[in-house]
Write a protein that binds this ligand. Structure first.
Ligand code: BGC
Length: 272
């Protein structure tokens, strides 16, 4: 740590970013590469996207490695961490980001769509966090690199507390993440593992293309965002860098909301 005690970079640290072939995950992976981390770029199906993320990191002078794995599969998650360790020796940071939506009115939602969303968004983050915690504990502290034993950032959503009709599977997965993250943080703070979350609002990515592509939909979306613009992956990446870095060393069990004010009940702006 520097003289000011602030270290907003990740030099000498290795970070796994799940779902890093597009969207928020790709934005985080790129910024972490620029911040000096060795970045493990995980993807499930878009190899091209993962290559693009790696290229951007390398073009900026950073280092990365691509690992294909489905975070909802226990064996894949184990292999993801093994390959990360083979490439870079160990892991200091996990960004549990991979997630998806399968929207439908609840009365029409298939069990398969309920399960897929829970399996990836909630169980997937649990499997990755469990593997990271196992690895941090087995390795032990490396105080010359980082004051914490390890750091985990769960990418959640404003829908961990804003109910969302037509997306009961997604909202349930994100609501579950809140208490998963807090319970893990409580369980492992004594071992100096820091576990936090980010709750992004509407960030311009493929997951919500239909709400920013079409001008009328875009206007409706902007009505929900007091700050007056749709978020960019970089907005979330900067928050993730702070939570993953040692500048936030005394922070654990917290959710950082990055939403341009979406969670501030914008419907009440004109009085109740
Ligand atoms: C969802 C997006 C949505 C945003 C705000 C995110 O978690 O994935 O589709 O635009 O929340 O509602």
């Amino acid at each position: 740590m520097g003289e000011t005690g602030i270290r907003l970079d990740l030099t000498g640290q290795t970070a796994i970013v799940t779902g890093a072939s597009s969207g928020i995950g790709a934005g985080i992976a790129r910024l972490f590469g620029r911040a000096g981390a060795n970045v493990v770029i995980n993807y499930r199906s878009s190899e091209d996207g993962a290559r693009e993320t790696l290229r951007a990191i390398e073009d900026a002078g950073g280092t990365g490695r691509i690992v294909q794995a489905d975070v909802s599969q226990e064996g894949d998650v184990k292999r993801l961490f093994e390959e990360a360790c083979d490439a870079f020796g160990t892991v200091h940071v996990l960004i549990a980001n991979a997630g998806l939506q399968r929207d439908a009115p609840a009365h029409e939602m298939s069990l398969a769509d309920w399960k897929t969303v829970l399996d990836v968004n909630l169980t997937g983050q649990f499997l990755c966090a469990r593997e990271a915690i196992r690895l941090f504990r087995a390795r032990g502290p490396v105080p010359e690199v980082c004051p914490a034993l390890g750091k985990i950032v769960c990418i959640s959503s404003v829908h961990q507390f804003i109910p969302w009709s037509g997306r009961v599977n997604y909202a349930a997965s994100k609501g579950g993440l809140l208490l998963m993250m807090q319970s893990l943080a409580q369980e492992y703070a004594g071992e100096k593992i820091r576990i936090n979350a980010i709750a992004p609002g509407a960030i311009k990515t493929a997951i919500n293309r239909s709400s920013w592509d079409d001008p009328a939909e875009r206007e409706k979306l902007l009505d929900l965002i007091p700050y007056g613009r749709i978020g960019e992956s970089e907005d979330v990446a900067r928050a993730a860098l702070w939570l993953a870095s040692d500048a936030s060393d005394y922070v654990t069990g917290e959710t950082l909301v990055v939403d341009g004010g979406m969670a501030l009940y914008p419907g009440f702006r004109e009085g109740g």
